[in-house]
Ligand binder design. Structure first.
Ligand code: ADP
Length: 837
């Protein structure tokens, strides 16, 4: 018999019976029924040593026989009545049995039922066990091994104990089979039908669960009671094993799905790691964050929120992107200044000093800020309005905000609202969005690091609104003292108290600020500086600041006043001082380099050096036309960057009547042009323009600097003047600048932004400025020095405008040249009166 595993042999027993063998077995079983005469007492039998199997009495089994001596034994036995000894060897691997010690002490005497010679010289035999055979001695001298042994007779046993044991074993077999034992289900029925207690016990050896050792032990147990007990204990253990196995399987199947199982195992793993002191990095991180949360001094409900998130984080696999999301969120909660505030110190005198230290001029503005601070000091609980500094860039709006913060001892943060369309920019994105962040308000507060900073909302006039929601309504909520104590950011999901924040806003233009927002604010206008003011600001503030920024001493950087004037006149053109500051910084940089290189240059910056360092002059000073022009007039307008002069040009095209307008004019400006033309047509006779002239000529009105959109009604008078000049050929006086809205009846209506406009007129070199009579009340706005250098003439009608602007008075047409008919058009209501243009 070749080496094989027990299972394989068992499989042989179960399956490998061919038809012939099955027949032999059936015959053997039948023969046993009719009392085969079994030898008794001692005897000597040919021996086949078994490697991994144990044959029991009454067991019919096929044997593969390969070893020479075993083949000889089968042959010898078959020749001598078929009796053969089958004894299991102690070492299954042993090839040749040379001594009796190499065999177990108990074997089986069997009868050969059939022998089949196989082509390879081996045999297949079907044997049927008959009696236990006690091994005595071995004769190894012959061709076959001969075993001497004594046949064990089993006495019939009866009695209650045996009966009880038998029933118990039968019941066990049944349980064993139904619990999923690897035996055919008929085994239970077969066991029930066995009346011989010894046979019942031996039958158990059929199960593959039994090992060769156990089988051998069973074979060696001669006492039937002991044998039944052995089997009972074996079965009960097997049943237990099967039950546990079943339980594990059903537990696993029904109670846990895969993920639960993983979670359970991971928890165990963590517990073990904790015991071993080997924390995983995620655990360590969660713990660290937990400590930070505890130490952050955040309010209780927010703390519990953060801890809950951390619990969640420790439960999800570290590879999940969710971990990062939670980490960022908790970091935000930790870094918010929930309870950090600076203490306000408002000493009015001190504040006034801070404002004066930082800013030149702006007396009214400073005064208003001081009043504002005084009210806050006396009644901190009263909700004060939000200050909004309105004016062109570079006039000091931001720096006023910074000064307020400095005067109060608060932190300062600035957030630009320019181009902001999305409500979520203010209020944050929900955390379900990838890459979600808190809104700008929360970001600003975090940046300030205190809950009561001075928070500047820059460019509030540039706020947009579209399908993504209206940011101005979110902003309203932020600014509303009734609501902002419980401001809720979409990302943070918890409330943050903004009521301690001092909001200030800035704007370039007022008319684009959403009305509800404007209502919340107190507007402080800063229109721009005169040249003299700019020079003072440059000299007293910008120059020392930039000197310091570049590490230069006063002696190393000398910029005389006339250089500053030249710089402001020819290198900047602005209402504020931003570009002036930039140019001065350039000059300081060049000086610093010269000092560092020890070039021994003189520290003084004259106009010549300015040209080498800053390049050719960029702006003509006093850019008025040098000669009187026909069809061209100078108007004054207000743009987002301050007051400015515009030239309105009118060209006459022979042919047919038409009106062309170019130069990016807004609707209001186009309407002004039409209104001007209508008035002129109606008054053609007085102005000396024949009606045919209108019919046969097209007018092209152009306002240069086309890249800049222009709008507003205040160019009405300028257009009228330029058209009259073009049609009559009378030149416009070059030193005159004008502003005013017109009606169809020729009245001049008031305009806004007089101060900015007068600054622009002055800077451009105009000497005469025509303003609407109704604006006379605003004259005190205009700085003294400018009022002195300009001739300001209030006018009420276009007739008066033309009188001052045209070089000569137009000659009316002779009386017979048709009578002009006054237009029958309803008077346009001065709806735009007071509207800044
Ligand atoms: P804005 O916010 O109005 O655009 P900034 O506050 O940024 O202008 O001012 C630009 C620069 O000009 C800053 O360096 C500021 O200190 C300076 N500045 C503006 N106005 C004054 C002033 N009245 N006195 C002193 N410095 C000024």
């Amino acid at each position: 018999m070749s080496e094989r595993t027990e299972r394989e042999i068992q499989a042989d027993l179960d399956e490998e019976l061919n038809e012939e063998e099955q027949l032999a077995i059936d015959e053997a079983v039948a023969a046993s029924d009719d009392e085969t005469v079994v030898p008794r007492g001692r005897g000597s039998f040919p021996l086949v040593p078994l490697r991994e199997i144990v044959i029991f009495p009454e067991m019919v089994a096929p044997l593969k026989v390969g070893r020479d001596k075993s083949v000889a034994a089968i042959r010898a036995a078959a020749a001598a009545g078929g009796w053969i000894a089958l004894v299991t060897q102690r070492e299954p691997e042993q090839e040749e049995i040379t001594s009796v010690d190499q065999l177990h002490a108990m074997g089986t005497l069997a009868k050969i039922a059939q022998v089949v010679n196989l082509p390879d010289g081996t045999l297949r035999a079907v044997v049927q066990g008959q009696r236990r055979l006690k091994v005595k001695s071995l004769d190894t001298t012959g061709a076959a091994l001969m075993l001497k042994g004594s046949i064990v007779e089993t006495p019939e046993v009866t009695g209650v104990e045996v009966e009880a044991l038998m029933r118990s074993v039968q019941a066990q077999v049944e349980t064993y089979v139904t619990s999923g034992a690897p035996v055919p289900p008929e085994a239970a029925v077969a066991a029930k039908n066995i009346s011989d207690p010894g046979l019942l016990a031996d039958m158990t050896a059929y199960t593959p669960d039994m090992t060769t050792e156990q089988r051998q032990e069973l074979l060696e147990t001669i006492d039937v009671v002991a044998r039944l007990k052995y089997v009972a204990s074996f079965l009960s253990r097997q049943i237990e094993i099967l039950e546990i196995k079943g339980k594990i399987q059903s537990d696993v199947r029904s109670e846990m799905d895969k993920s639960q199982r993983e979670y359970f195992l991971r928890e165990q793993l963590k517990a073990i790691q904790r015991e071993l002191g080997e924390e995983d990095p995620q655990q360590a991180e969660t713990n660290e964050l937990r400590e930070k949360v505890e130490a952050s001094g955040m309010p209780e409900e927010i703390k519990s929120r953060a801890l809950k998130e951390l619990d969640r984080m420790s439960r999800i696999p570290s590879a999940s992107p969710e971990v990062g999301v939670i980490r960022t969120y908790v970091d935000w909660l930790i870094s918010m200044p929930w309870n950090v505030a600076t203490e306000d110190r408002i000493e009015i005198k001190e504040a006034a000093k801070v404002l004066a230290d930082d800013h030149y001029g702006l007396e009214k503005v400073k005064e208003r800020i001081i009043e504002y601070l005084a009210v806050r000091k006396l009644a901190p609980q009263v909700k004060s309005p939000i200050l909004c500094f309105a004016g062109p860039p570079g006039v000091g709006k931001t720096s006023l905000g910074k000064s307020i913060a400095r005067a109060m001892g608060r932190k300062f943060v600035r957030m630009s609202l320019g181009g902001l369309h999305d409500e979520a920019e203010i209020r944050g994105h929900r955390r379900t969005y990838i890459g979600a962040l808190p809104g700008r308000i929360v970001q600003g507060i975090k940046q300030a690091g205190t809950k009561n900073p001075v928070f500047m909302l820059d460019e509030i006039d540039k706020l947009g609104a579209d399908f993504r929601g209206d940011p101005s309504s979110a902003l309203l909520e932020v600014l509303d003292p009734e609501q902002n104590a419980t401001f809720q950011d979409n990302y943070l999901e918890v409330e943050f108290d903004l009521s301690q924040v001092l909001f200030v806003a800035t704007a370039n233009q007022l008319d684009t600020i959403p009305a509800p927002l404007r209502d919340r604010m107190e507007i402080i206008q800063i229109p721009g500086y005169t040249e003299a003011e700019k020079v003072q600001i440059a000299k007293r503030y910008i120059l020392p600041k930039q000197r310091e920024n570049h590490g230069l001493t006063e002696a190393q950087a000398i910029v005389p006043d006339d250089t500053l004037v030249h710089l402001i006149r020819h290198y900047t053109r602005e209402a504020g001082v931003r570009n002036a500051e930039r140019e001065i910084a350039t000059v300081m940089r060049k000086l610093a380099r010269a000092v560092a290189e020890k070039k021994g240059r003189k520290p003084e910056v004259d106009i010549k050096r300015l040209a080498t360092w800053l390049g050719p002059e960029r702006h003509e000073y006093g850019e008025m036309d040098n000669d009187d022009q026909i069809g061209s007039a100078t108007g004054l307008v207000v743009t987002p960057v301050g007051g400015d002069v515009v030239t309105v040009e009118v060209g006459v095209m022979e042919g047919r009547e038409e009106l062309i307008l170019t130069g990016q004019l807004g609707d209001v400006m186009k309407e002004s042009a039409r209104a001007a033309l209508t008035w002129i047509k109606a008054h053609g006779a007085e102005l000396g323009i024949a009606p045919e002239r209108f019919e046969k000529s097209g007018l092209h009105i152009h306002v240069p600097a086309g890249a800049i959109p222009k709008d507003g009604p205040s160019a009405g008078v300028t257009m009228a003047t330029a058209i009259v000049s073009a049609l009559t050929g009378i030149p416009v006086r070059k030193e005159v600048a004008m502003t005013g809205e017109i009606t169809l009846r020729g009245r001049v209506l008031p305009i806004g932004g007089l101060k900015s406009k007068s600054l622009a007129a002055h800077a451009s070199g105009a000497r005469v400025v025509l303003i609407p009579k109704k604006n006379e009340k605003d004259l005190p706005e205009i700085p003294e020095e400018i009022r002195k250098s300009l001739k300001i003439i209030p006018v009420e009608t276009i007739g008066q405008v033309l009188e001052h602007a045209l070089r000569r008075k137009p000659k009316p047409l002779p009386a017979n040249h048709g009578t002009p008919r006054p237009p029958r058009i309803p008077v346009r209501s001065p709806s735009a009166s007071g509207r800044p243009s």
